[in-house]
Design a protein around this ligand. Structure first.
Ligand SMILES: [Zn+2]
Length: 413
């Protein structure tokens, strides 16, 4: 684990409680960074801290991030967000959203379709320091018409075009997105869009992420179409045809999970309901991945950011290490990137988040306006992307630094 050399570090994350689900480490350690990669993880790396100097060998000095009393985790991976600014409505700029929230990899969930993926690469992937990946929408127009209707005309659901777009963009295109919501998004097409998406996913060799929330058929029927590794997002939606029907967790949930279907939070503006969550977890049904469904409405409303969404599950009784896993290693595994993302490992790109875990006396609000106690808060104190320190929470509409009132005063949405 310790790959020390005598060369000074560029950055040191000092004395945090390292929680790394990939290695199982949960102990106080220093994490050292050199040339954008993790150079060492050890008890005490203070002898590798340098002051700026001009004499040979020159060094700009070591940036020291004081993580004592805080938690050092792999850079967070948000599996569901909307960041194609300038093309899709209601999106948020990736760097502004991620630099203050510990997120170093953000996955655009269907913003771009085959016809708009090149622009997405040029503007969004290349235009942000945050690592941006994409579920390519099964509809060639993506979410340019968000929130309505991209799968009403099946002529837009072109398997050949989506498969070609993914094959030509393997570095950023990690899956396929489809939204099953009737009649708003799929019209009278029932489950045909998800069938087409799975066919494309099979040909391209990538997972399919299905948005539910008013799906045109029972969730059990929909999930029978999914393969192991395919993802149901908005899994705790209060809309009809969800995980909980008639006040009970549907039997098909356990069947699908045993088969390997994945359940993602995708909190969003309307898709996280405490009544549904509590019914599900009473049956032992915790989410596989915790994601925000960040967009302009959810970011300034019930979601805030990914650490706050993680904290909701922490307060519901999910152990910290599992909460961290669900927002780091697990999403990385699902998109086939766990060889490089979601871990803290010497030699890997230094994507690191420092979080504070603090006692609190307030409330969280869900997407239906229900409130629950917020006894512990998770907040990003530092976001380090490829070895560069972004900083912690910054003044931002709806989440002013130094004031936590936005947590308690979120409107009932
Ligand atoms: Zn979404």
């Amino acid at each position: 684990m310790d790959d020390r050399t005598d060369a000074p570090l560029d950055l040191l994350v000092r004395g945090g409680r390292v929680v790394d689900p990939g290695s199982g480490v949960d102990e106080v350690l220093d994490v050292g960074v050199r040339f954008g990669r993790i150079a060492a993880i050890a008890d005490d790396l203070s002898d590798l801290v340098a002051s700026p100097r001009l004499e040979y060998p020159p060094h700009t000095g070591t940036t020291v991030v004081d993580a004592r009393g805080k938690i050092t985790v792999p850079g967070l991976v948000d599996l569901h967000a909307h960041v194609y600014t300038g093309v899709c409505p209601l999106t948020v700029p990736a760097d502004e959203a991620c630099s203050t929230s510990g997120v170093t990899t953000i996955v655009s969930a269907g913003d771009a379709g085959a016809h708009t993926l090149e622009g997405f690469r040029n503007m969004i992937v290349n235009g942000n320091r945050t690592r941006v990946l994409a579920f390519v929408h099964i509809s060639t127009i993506g979410l340019t018409g968000w929130p309505e209707g991209e799968a009403i005309d099946l002529a837009y659901l072109d398997v050949d075009k989506v498969v070609r777009a993914i094959v030509e963009n393997r570095d950023i295109a990690i899956g396929i997105k489809v939204r099953e919501q009737a009649p708003l998004i799929v019209g009278d097409n029932g489950l045909t869009p998800v069938r087409i998406a799975v066919e494309a996913g099979e040909r391209a060799g990538v997972p399919v992420m299905v948005h539910i929330g008013g799906a045109p058929a029972a969730l059990g029927e929909l999930m029978e179409l999914l393969r192991p590794g395919d993802i149901v997002t908005h899994c705790f939606t209060p809309a009809p045809n969800g995980l909980v029907e008639g006040g009970e967790l549907i039997a098909a949930a356990a069947v699908a999970r045993r088969r390997g279907v994945i359940f993602d939070v995708g909190h969003g503006f309307g898709s996280f309901d405490y009544g549904v969550v509590e019914e599900a977890i009473a049956g032992g049904f915790w989410p596989d991945t915790i994601s925000t469904d960040l967009h302009s409405l959810s970011a300034s409303g019930p979601v805030g950011d990914l650490p706050q969404t993680m904290a909701k599950f922490l307060n519901l009784g999910m152990p910290l290490a599992e909460v961290v896993r669900a927002a780091t290693l697990r999403p990385a595994e699902l998109i086939g990137r766990d060889d490089t993302l979601g871990r803290l490992r010497v030699g890997d790109i230094a994507d690191i988040a420092v979080l504070s875990l603090e006692d609190h006396d307030g409330e969280f609000v869900d997407a239906s306006g229900a409130r629950r106690p917020a006894r512990q808060l998770l907040r990003a104190e530092a976001t380090i992307r490829a070895g560069i320190l972004w900083g912690g929470p910054l003044p931002h509409p709806g989440r002013a630094a130094g004031s936590r009132s936005w947590l308690d005063a979120a409107p009932p949405l």
